[in-house]
Design a protein around this ligand. Sequence first.
Ligand code: FES
Length: 180
Amino acid sequence: MRGRPVRESDREKRGVITVMDFLSRRWLLLIIGWAGFLFVAGITTLLTFIDFYKPKVLFGPAMRFKAGYPEEYPLGEVSGRWMAEQRVWLVRQKEGLYAFLAVCRHLGCTTRWIPEEQLFKCPCHGSNYNLEGDVVGGPAPRPLWRVGVSLSPDGQIVVDKSVKEDRIGVREKGKFILPV
Ligand code: FES
């Protein structure tokens, strides 16, 4: 049995008050819209605030690192032991031990050591460097960078990539060759 529709006067009589009695539909939509907007704005502000205080430092590999003991590098060998981690070649020759950055001086690709040819070769545009890091072919305008090498008090080799030999003529000795 269908009930009789509740009329305004009946509701008032019964004391039933709904939200819609106070607010029109338009007002309700306006309030919901503003609440949504303020919620999104608040969340965005909060996330921006949190992000602002997060450290932005990039923790890359250190510029100075210990590369082990000289006796771990046999005479005449080019070692790629630190290539993956530090992008450095270590070379031991009669004159001493030295280190190259494996960065091609043309456009910065990573060079590869080809033992059969005794050359560092760049796969990008074909620059070739000899054991001294000198350019012997290809478009590279400068030799490979040698980087600082020294011995730490505990006898380990310290490679310092922040000290670079950027030469055109004769190789510097001193900090770029370890007489071991
Ligand atoms: S980047 Fe090495 S030859 Fe071009």
